[in-house]
Design a protein around this ligand. Structure first.
Ligand code: UTP
Length: 469
């Protein structure tokens, strides 16, 4: 679309000010502004400004805790879990499953210079998050004799750096043709009265459209079509910040398939009523995720007859998406709702001066992937152990930081070693005194560790810096 056409559309939408400095811009910057402006769907934006299409502000009365499948006391003795595992393994062997990392976030809380997936996270080798996931995929490919495509969603800000990092590192041993990248969409930030903000004379203040944007970005990029043509049915979705995640989980895949679920989610029991995780609920007859900030305090604190948290089903953002759901939500008219957040957005004021506000001055729009749960047929929720699967790196220090994640990895490795009968002293929290690391290529869980250790012809000395691959 050329400048005149776009300008006319923006004028009609009351957003013509975006081109206020057009005449003074060098040609190259004009091209940049045009391409940004062309990305904006003005009809969609108008709908959002009218408040018609957002996922905010609904009433959260009549909530009930959502049903979930609890972890059995004896995972191996439980016939239902065994059957699920076998079913999941069959799907993996048949090449029906893809892995999908959403890595388009801005990672502001961590404050790391570079895409979050390049953050060094493991205790001994300091492997970046992307390497951990790549090794988990390779391990599953080896066990199931299959090929697992890996999709990585990036943002405009980190796309080139992400692709370059994986290329430079030879995709950590995965075939290049099995790793696909696509950029997520962006949304403009608007003032409280709905005007698009400029961050510079030639640039609109745009930001990623949320992890929920992944569904339509996958379709728009054409990658979804490729997945379909490869016969993929299940997409294993996880976030870039959680190295403990079971990237490929046969139990989860098996339960998902057996129930004919279009979207399945893993849950952990909430640690305490104030834990900042969304909660799976039943609402209007459908399963839904209620954000922690939207769950009324009375409900968050409610307990059952045995004193346990009643709304305890915490969302850890580990999902399985059936391709039929992605197609319906992203490929047709039905889309995920946008949520609004008030943010501080640096911008140009009316005089063309750059302002960095100290108070929220703008609205950003984001889609959340968990909103797809309520659109899914037969959604399923499966419990998992926090210590087995959830320790995200969100913050620079404190809760959910690199430090807590390191500790949780060490605890997991020590648990596996102790279960295999190895003498590994730990403190009262289960943290070993020495740094150890087990590659996913050596073992994926307690059972595979026990077997791999048994098979080692010469057992290595258990000392600080032990690395098993
Ligand atoms: P977070 O909610 O932790 O956000 O994202 P963030 O942007 O990474 O970090 P902060 O809030 O700025 O500190 C959870 C997951 O969703 C992805 C992130 O990359 C992470 O894997 N995400 C988030 C996207 O892919 N796109 C987005 O627009 C937002």
């Amino acid at each position: 679309m050329d400048f005149e056409q776009l300008k006319q559309r923006f004028d009609q939408a009351g957003q013509g000010h975006v081109f206020r400095y057009w005449d003074e811009l060098p040609e190259i910057e004009k091209a940049g502004l045009l391409s940004q402006a062309a990305e904006i769907d003005l009809v969609e934006l108008e709908g959002l400004l009218d408040g018609a299409e957002t996922g905010d502000g609904g009433s959260v009365s009549d909530l009930e805790p959502a049903p979930y499948i609890a972890l059995p006391d004896d995972l191996h003795g439980d016939l239902r879990w065994k059957a699920a595992r076998e079913r999941g393994e069959d799907l993996l062997r048949a090449g029906k499953v893809a892995a999908f990392t959403v890595a388009g976030g801005q990672g502001t809380r961590l404050g790391f210079d570079g895409p979050k997936g390049t953050f060094p996270v493991t205790p001994v080798k300091r492997k970046p998050l992307f390497r951990v996931f790549a090794e988990k995929i390779r391990a599953a490919e080896r066990v199931y004799g299959t090929s697992i495509p890996w999709l990585i969603m990036t943002s405009h800000a980190n796309h080139d750096a992400t692709v370059a990092f994986l290329e430079k590192n030879g995709f950590f041993g995965l075939p290049a043709e099995n790793v696909s990248f696509f950029r997520q969409g962006r949304m403009p930030a608007v003032t409280f009265d709905g005007k698009i903000l400029l961050e510079a004379k030639s640039s609109i203040a745009m930001s990623p459209d949320g992890h929920g944007g992944s569904l339509r970005a996958m379709v728009r990029s054409g990658i979804f079509e490729t997945l379909r043509s490869r016969g993929i049915e299940v997409i294993s979705y996880f976030q870039v910040d959680n190295p403990l995640v079971r990237v490929i989980d046969p139990w989860f895949i098996g339960f998902h398939s057996a129930q004919g679920s279009e979207m399945s989610s893993r849950m952990i029991p909430k640690a305490h009523p104030d834990e900042k995780v969304g909660v799976f609920c039943t609402w209007n007859g459908r399963i839904d995720v209620v954000e922690y900030s939207d769950l009324p305090e009375k409900l968050a604190r409610a307990t059952d007859g045995q004193g346990r948290i009643r709304f305890n089903s915490g969302n850890i953002a580990v999902h399985l998406l059936e391709t039929s759901l992605v197609e319906r939500v992203a490929g047709s008219g039905e889309t995920l709702p946008f949520h609004r957040a008030k943010k501080k957005v640096p911008h140009l004021d009316d005089a063309g001066e750059r302002v960095s506000p100290s108070e929220p001055n703008a609205i950003k729009f984001e889609m959340f992937v968990f909103d797809a749960v309520r659109m899914a047929e037969n959604p399923l929720i499966l419990e998992t152990g926090r210590e087995d699967e959830f320790s995200p790196v969100k913050n620079a220090t404190g809760e959910d930081s690199a430090e807590t994640c390191l500790r949780d990895q060490l605890k997991q490795f020590a648990r596996w070693m102790r279960a295999a009968g190895i003498d590994m002293p730990v403190d009262e929290n289960g943290v070993p005194a020495i740094r150890i690391e087990i590659s996913p290529l050596f073992a994926r869980d307690e059972d595979s560790f026990r077997e791999a250790w048994k098979k080692l012809p010469r057992k290595p000395e258990v000392r600080d810096g032990l690395y098993l691959e």
